[in-house]
Design a protein around this ligand. Structure first.
Ligand SMILES: [Ca+2]
Length: 214
């Protein structure tokens, strides 16, 4: 049977051996090019996984927003975006059209992509095909910054004040004619004569409003 002192000696030796192993491994790791490479690779993977997680969370948030988004009664959702439109009937000037939209907590249509423009054209065509005033001109929210043919178009919720937004794409009918002979074409309509592409006209003519919310 081993004596008490022998057992103590064995334990001490084992502890010492363990410490030595740890020191050796640690020294190898800190000095090893392979080890540093492994650490760098793992850090890169963590960064990559974090980015993937952030992207997945963004997708999730967008999907939740899209799925939980609904339009007010009477409005139609524009596919792929959180935007609702409503085609009103009856002639109004551009200013009066904005007020009619404001009465139903909306503003004249802003178009942010060709896909949106094409969707709206299809809505107008469906209305026209259903016998609702075929060939009507419709107001959208594009108006020149100032009442001058040299002034650019922007999206507006009012003639003065309100919200202004730059055009991020255009769907102009060619040619737009503001200038000699047509000196006051400051507002934009969507007209059947140009397949509902955008045509500048005087803001005082009568068109039907296309309202948008939000
Ligand atoms: Ca014109």
């Amino acid at each position: 049977m081993a004596s008490y002192s022998s057992v103590v000696l064995l334990v001490v030796l084992q502890v010492l051996a363990g410490s030595l192993n740890k020191v050796t491994v640690s020294a190898q790791c800190e000095g090893s090019a392979q080890c540093l490479k492994d650490i760098a690779a793992l850090k890169a993977k963590v960064d990559s996984d974090k980015l993937a997680l952030i992207k997945a969370e963004d997708l999730l948030s967008a999907k939740i927003a899209s799925c939980s988004f609904s339009c007010p009664a009477g409005f139609t959702k524009v596919p792929g975006v959180s935007k609702c439109i409503k085609l009103l009937e009856g002639d109004s000037t551009w200013d009066a059209a904005q007020m009619r939209c404001a009465d139903i907590q909306s503003h004249l249509l802003f178009l942010d992509s060709q896909a949106e423009a094409d969707f709206v054209k299809a809505q107008i065509k469906a209305k026209s095909d259903a016998g609702k005033a075929p060939g009507r001109g419709y107001w959208c929210g594009a108006r020149r910054i100032t009442d001058s043919c040299a002034s650019d178009f922007v999206w507006k919720t009012a003639t003065t004040g309100g919200t202004q937004k730059p055009l991020t794409f255009t769907d102009y009918a060619a040619p737009n004619s503001c200038g000699a002979g047509f000196p006051t074409e400051f507002c934009m309509e969507m007209n059947i004569n140009s397949a509902y592409k955008w045509n500048d006209v005087p803001c005082s003519i009568g068109n039907w409003p296309i309202c948008q919310t939000p």
